[in-house]
Design a protein around this ligand. Structure first.
Ligand code: BGP
Length: 469
């Protein structure tokens, strides 16, 4: 369906970019920071670890100056739990508190709205040793305590808050990409669905805490939501797509937004003996809390069919975007209609629109895009820049679809590209870059880590400037 008249973006639409703490900050043991599961995991010899990353901890002022030059009005970053509370639930680290005050102040000074993720894959290692997300009493208390510290410190300065980054990726793929929610540990399905339930409870209590005590702030989950296509017009394939969507998208959003377990998912959990340990009062906790908007990360769509593949999973190919087989529910398949990025992710800007429409029609809450971008291997050219036309094309297509959604009446408050500066990819090191700004280092050679704007930097700057009028 073509849109005849495109609407303008609201004047207060936030144009931004994102990073996460463990992938950008470095300084992993500096100024009292405790270890997170990302700091202790066994990394592949091939890739860099997270100890220095993009050195954002020491470089944030210069980086923010570049973001300002690009014309950004928002910046989404996560707070490192172990910088604030080194062992996860004990003493508070003053220096960590000060760092984020300085960072937030610097953003505000430059007219950039901070969007804060409370937890982005970097669980404190000492909490993991106590059972991590499987230990309900411990983790719910610790997450609430940590969140309260953040709210008391920063809620006066920060309006937009995100609870947990990609709970659905941690639960669905976390065991395959081990490090996401348990260091190097693999979990069985039963334990994972218990972890997920504990995340729902912890998150609901945190949202309630915010609403009760900090009414000027807005809070939301940040899931990785993707539209899922049936492989054919066979009715069974359509059902398979519905199943995949329930398992990947709606089970999470139904619990977080509506405070309900999705009935199809509940039946699946029951039939497979994966039902979590519900406690008395859990439904009330879930019902009471409601996010103010929905934040989501979108990279690509997915396609499924009903027949089983019986293929052997290749560990190297597993990542957060690739679906797999869940017997009786759906099976993964390729989509031959879409081009792929260098790293094999389908490029699907129409799917971006489908995803936003589906979400808005289901939940009628404003949407915020917290991640969207393209990973590529890159090197500086002789002009000390990167001609990343492929990235510009990706953004152009996705932003066109975003504008169509706005024109169709979908309320969208902010778009944050992944990423502002090059950072360590979640599992493919510094080789896979996403930034508008090139950070000059390789996997093993840190060099001076100078920053160089890429071609997409100037493109985004112009886009933001022009779209306002
Ligand atoms: C999301 C994560 C990010 C980021 C991104 C790109 O799942 O929230 O932390 O890493 O994916 O993924 P990758 O770095 O693996 O290419």
């Amino acid at each position: 369906m073509e849109i005849k008249k495109l609407k303008k973006f609201d004047d207060d639409f936030l144009w931004g970019a994102s990073i996460s703490a463990f992938q950008a900050e470095g300084a992993s043991t500096k100024d009292g920071k405790g270890l997170s599961i990302q700091d202790v995991k066994k990394i592949s010899e091939k890739y860099s670890d997270f100890s220095v990353a993009a050195d954002f901890y020491n470089n944030y002022k210069e980086d923010i100056a570049l973001l300002k030059e690009m014309g950004l009005s928002s910046f989404r970053f996560s707070i490192s739990w172990t910088r604030i509370i080194p062992d996860g639930d004990g003493e508070i680290n003053k220096k960590g508190i000060i760092f984020y005050h300085n960072l937030i102040d610097e953003l505000k000074k430059n007219g950039i709205e901070p969007i804060v993720t409370i937890y982005h894959f970097d669980l404190p290692f000492s909490l993991q040793q106590k059972g991590g997300w499987s230990n309900r009493d411990m983790i719910v208390k610790a997450f609430l305590k940590y969140s309260k510290v953040l709210f008391n410190e920063y809620a006066k300065k920060v309006k937009y808050w995100l609870t947990i980054n990609e709970q659905n990726v941690m639960i669905m793929i976390g065991s395959k990409m081990k490090f996401l929610n348990g260091g190097d540990k693999k979990f069985n399905q039963n334990e994972l669905y218990n972890q997920s339930h504990n995340m729902f409870i912890a998150q609901a209590l945190v949202m309630e805490e915010m609403h009760n005590n900090f009414p000027n702030c807005l809070i939301a989950p940040a899931l990785n939501i993707v539209s899922i296509y049936p492989n054919s017009n066979k009715p069974q394939d359509y059902l398979a797509a519905m199943n995949a969507s329930v398992m990947r998208n709606w089970y999470y959003l139904d619990a977080i937004v509506r405070g309900e377990y999705n009935p199809i998912m509940y039946k699946y959990l029951e039939d497979n003996n994966f039902l979590p340990d519900f406690r008395k009062g859990d439904y009330e906790i879930l019902k009471k809390a409601k996010p103010d908007f929905i934040a989501f990360n979108y990279y690509t769509s997915a396609t499924v069919k009903s027949e089983i593949n019986n293929f052997i999973e290749v560990e190297e190919l597993i990542d957060q975007q690739r679906l797999f087989d869940v017997p009786g529910m759906f099976s993964y398949c390729e989509n031959p209609n879409l081009e792929k990025t260098e790293y094999g992710w389908d490029i699907d800007s129409t799917g971006f629109r489908v995803t936003m429409r589906e979400m808005y029609e289901r939940y009628r809450l404003p949407l915020m895009i917290t991640e969207n971008g393209l990973g590529h291997s890159e090197q500086l050219n002789e002009n000390n820049t990167v001609d990343d036309d492929y990235r510009i094309q990706y953004y152009e297509k996705h932003l066109n679809e975003l504008r169509k959604c706005i024109s169709e009446g979908i309320k969208i408050i902010s778009y944050n590209a992944w990423t502002a500066i090059d950072i360590v990819s979640s599992h493919q090191g510094f080789s896979k870059r996403y930034g508008f700004i090139y950070v000059d280092r390789t996997e093993k050679d840190l060099k001076e880590m100078k920053r160089y704007p890429k071609k997409s930097f100037y493109w985004y700057k112009e886009y933001i400037k022009k779209i306002k009028y």
